[in-house]
Design a protein around this ligand. Structure first.
Ligand code: SF4
Length: 102
């Protein structure tokens, strides 16, 4: 058990220089309609930092939000201690792209 905690710590140490967008106040959850009274959850960067190659805004499926990370971001506004925040977030994230009813 202690060994697995050490491994988890090492993994975090290797990646802790990254900024996790989920921990940024500019990372917004939005509903995208997919039919009659149904929607899917997506995340967007309210600072406009997520772009496709041709410059259009890029949005991501909500269940992938914990994977969104950047090396540097001038618009980053942290909402808390990243490690604890991500741990709690991962407990509540859906495991796949869900369809919700309004
Ligand atoms: S402002 Fe930067 S850190 Fe925040 S969500 Fe956008 S890209 Fe991520």
């Amino acid at each position: 058990m202690a060994q697995s905690l050490d491994i988890e710590s090492d993994v975090f140490a290797e990646t802790s220089c990254k900024i996790y967008c989920a921990n940024c106040s500019k990372c917004k959850l939005v509903r995208v309609p997919v039919g009659n009274n149904e929607y899917q959850l997506r995340v967007r960067c309210d600072a406009g930092m997520w772009k496709k190659k041709l410059g259009e805004e890029k949005i991501y499926k909500y269940f992938t939000v914990a994977r969104r990370a950047v090396d540097h971001c001038p618009a980053y506004e942290p909402m808390g201690e990243p490690r604890e925040f991500l741990r709690e977030l991962k407990k509540t994230l859906p495991i796949k792209d869900e369809i919700y009813s309004t």
